[in-house]
Design a protein around this ligand. Structure first.
Ligand code: NDP
Length: 491
């Protein structure tokens, strides 16, 4: 009998966690029936009069109608931003900082309202939107407020200047947080912005317009245009000085092709297929927590998710055993229940994609494990999943699934771990679990990943730059590095 089996005997995991429901009230959120576009500080109806419905993925219930911006609407938003940039860019930097501090404070004050709306519209567990998305979004505004009047010190002798108008396109996995990652550094650097949220999660960006007004930001400094991919494409083609994009590698490549030869600056934060590497000297229980957080956080809708687990061969069995036992304790269900660990999948489309890749994993010969759990009947759900017996060539080991699906592979030596971890077109993040500091440094130097976590995973901080190599994109967001793409320099 192995150690793990013995321990199972002593402290069996209950088959069913009978927590009483602890639903967060939605009363704090008041939604309008219909939202227009936020242009020049006012709400504007889309010229073509086209609207689409945004729903809650937890039960497919409609939440609101949202405007579909066309090329002319986008052009009007860019024009408003251009006009506002005349005064915003000349404002004393310490005054710009005050607005950013104000936004940060308001976000913190209204964090419960934003957290509930984020979970309603996006499907992520309330404990994540409450404890991760909202505090981090406010922290980004606080952090970049601090830089606004220190740009000359941040880039000495380079005379930093704002670029003008930034077009920003964001995805649905961290709607408000991605907005903060984009808007805070752009405004601190003296730019004005036109931002397009994702089609499935526009509501916190629209609520943010309220914050913009409450902070009395001059009209036109922040403009929000909603719509589908066509709206994003119109923004890319618009009269903007920079495009900042976060989303799929496919769309990122299309944008790069589109902008080739133009003067527009570009940063791309794209997909990932991170390796989470566990050595035999690691603290295994902590590592298992890190593995679970790495892949099941936000239903795996995370570009830097640790979706490929590499376990040193000698500890493969205990790690997989512990992982399965831990997975059996995850509670899947209503995102607004405070006990929920894994919420709803963001959209029907994303669920189809996850199901297709999981079917491919089975067909190719991998072994699947899903803990027994009751999934709600309505809405979009997928049980936490782990695949063992995975070959590197399998689609589940190569493609970004963007769902709660982990592929487990093994290695014998540090060299082999590096080789296998780097065997991907992506290069966004990686994790290393070992007690040995020198090994962490040795590995971190060799892993082709923009972010490498050691003995932890999925930790974010506004002071720390984030971004990728290879098909994960280029440019950094966060930290001092995150200001640079929004500035022009004399040199
Ligand atoms: P997309 O790349 O399509 O979407 C990202 C943003 O770009 C959205 O606002 C989208 O609008 C917009 N967009 C779509 N087409 C264009 C275009 N031609 N020009 C300009 N903007 C455009 O990602 P999806 O939401 O479709 O997700 C697809 C896959 O991408 C996921 O399964 C996942 O693997 C990956 N992904 C990666 C993310 C990351 O952080 N790295 C984030 C999100 C997705 P709209 O929402 O209206 O389509």
């Amino acid at each position: 009998m192995t150690d793990v089996e013995k321990r199972t005997d002593r402290s069996p995991v209950p088959a069913d966690w009978t927590y009483a429901p602890a639903p967060e009230s939605t009363e704090i959120v008041s939604l309008r029936e219909r939202y227009g576009l936020f242009v020049g500080g006012s709400w504007m109806a889309p010229r073509a009069g086209e609207f689409f419905e945004t729903i809650s993925p937890r039960d497919e219930s409609p939440l609101a109608q949202v405007g579909q911006a066309d090329e002319e609407d986008v052009a009007a938003a860019v024009e408003a931003a251009r006009e506002a940039s005349q005064t915003w860019s000349k404002l004393a930097p310490s005054e710009r900082a005050k607005y950013l501090f104000r936004i940060a404070r308001i976000l913190a004050e209204r964090s419960r309202e934003f957290a509930v709306l984020e979970s309603l519209n996006g499907g992520k567990p309330i404990k994540e939107s409450r404890d991760v998305d909202l505090p981090l979004a406010a922290a980004h505004f606080f952090y970049y407020a601090g830089w606004a009047d220190k740009l000359e010190y941040a880039f000495p002798n380079r005379r930093p200047k704002p670029l003008g108008v930034a077009g920003q396109i964001i995805p649905w996995n961290f709607p408000l947080l991605m907005l903060a990652w984009k808007i805070a550094p752009a405004l601190a650097a003296g730019n004005t912005v036109v931002l397009k949220p994702a089609e499935t999660t526009p509501l916190t960006a629209l609520l943010f317009c309220d914050v913009v007004r409450q902070a009395e930001l001059p009209p036109g400094v922040v403009n929000i245009v909603t719509g589908d991919g066509r709206t994003g494409a119109a923004l890319v083609d618009g009269d903007v000085d920079k495009i900042a994009f976060t989303g799929s590698t496919e769309v990122g490549k299309a944008i790069q092709r589109r902008l080739a030869g133009s003067d527009k600056k570009l940063t791309l934060e794209l997909g990932g297929k991170a390796a989470n590497i566990v050595f035999d000297d690691a603290a295994l229980d902590q590592a298992v927590e890190g593995i679970v957080n790495g892949i099941y956080f936000n239903q795996g809708h995370v570009c830097c998710a640790g979706s490929r687990l590499f376990v040193q061969e000698s500890i493969y069995e205990p790690v997989v055993e512990k992982l399965k036992r831990r997975m059996a304790t995850l509670r899947v269900g209503d995102p607004l229940d405070k006990n929920t660990d894994v919420g709803a999948i963001n959209s029907r489309m994303q669920l189809d994609k996850i199901e297709e890749l999981v079917a491919a994993g089975r067909d190719e010969g991998a072994e699947i494990y899903q803990p027994p759990c009751r999934l709600p009947e309505k809405g979009y759900w997928f049980a936490p999943t782990v695949f063992t017996n995975v070959a590197q060539s399998y689609r589940i080991a190569q493609e970004e699934i963007f769902g709660p699906v982990l592929s487990v592979l093994t290695f014998r030596t540090p060299d082999e771990a590096v080789e296998k971890a780097n065997n991907t077109p992506y290069g966004l993040s990686a994790g290393i679990w070992t007690e040995k500091g020198s090994r962490i440094l040795w590995m971190a130097e060799r892993l082709r990943a923009g972010v490498v976590w050691a003995n932890t995973f999925n930790r974010f901080d506004p002071t720390s730059p984030f971004g990728g190599y290879k098909e994960s994109g280029f440019g950094r967001e966060g930290g001092l590095h995150g200001l640079e793409p929004y500035l022009a320099f004399d040199d």
